[in-house]
Design a protein around this ligand. Structure first.
Ligand code: GRF
Length: 200
């Protein structure tokens, strides 16, 4: 299965997926909307095809998404993986990859969609936090949940310490979710994922 991974920054989740060497998975390309994303250089060094499409060069979100879809489709993807891809996607784009695009979000969805998830969890006095892999729909950080990983929030946690602990779980959870997709173990039935990945 051809997999295209979209990143915007350091790409540690992308690295975890590449390094997992998932049977039957071909990392067809790593694409970034930021040409200077550290993850691009990491992938290129390992011989993974890379591309950059600078969103600032486009007049509208629609125009960027259309060009991005064209670039992605050149790699004939079976699965598109959003890994720290910091762009809101248009409905046309999400519809195009319906049922074959995954995202990882650093909270236990449906709590804390959007940004600053860890600080918000701390501020609310949450006792557990975590991350969620879900299929992407037009609704930001919604969509059928594939897998969740949970960590305990410690009394002295800062945003950074909590983020670091959750990130470790992300690096286990995401490759496992991709493995399950590639193995044909994930299906959406009545809006829910059948064959849930084991919770971390
Ligand atoms: C991760 O915390 C991910 O959950 C969120 O953005 C961060 C990306 O980190 N969507 P990285 O680029 O994968 O290191």
């Amino acid at each position: 299965k051809n997999i295209v991974i979209l990143i915007s920054g350091r790409g540690s989740n992308m690295q975890a997926i590449v390094e997992a060497q998932i049977p039957g998975a071909n990392i067809a390309a790593v694409i970034s909307n930021r040409p200077d994303a550290a993850g691009l250089a990491w992938a290129a060094e390992r011989g993974v095809p890379t591309a950059a499409l600078d969103h600032k060069a486009f007049a509208s979100r629609e125009a960027f998404d259309a060009a991005l879809a064209e670039l992605i489709d050149g790699y004939a993807p079976d699965l598109v993986v959003l890994a720290g891809f910091m762009r809101i996607l248009t409905p046309d784009f999400t519809r195009r990859y319906e049922g074959r695009m995954l995202n990882i979000h650093p909270s236990l969805l449906p709590s804390f969609t959007g940004l600053h998830t860890h600080q918000r969890a701390i501020d609310m006095g949450c006792k557990v936090a975590g991350c969620t892999v879900h299929f992407v729909t037009a609704d930001l950080d919604h969509g059928p949940i594939v897998a969740q990983g949970v960590v305990t929030v410690l009394d002295d946690d800062s945003e950074d310490t909590l983020a670091a602990r959750v990130l470790k779980i992300e690096h286990q959870l995401y490759p496992e979710a991709v493995r399950r997709f590639v193995a044909g173990e994930l299906a959406i039935v009545d809006g829910r994922v059948k064959g849930r990945a084991q919770d971390a």
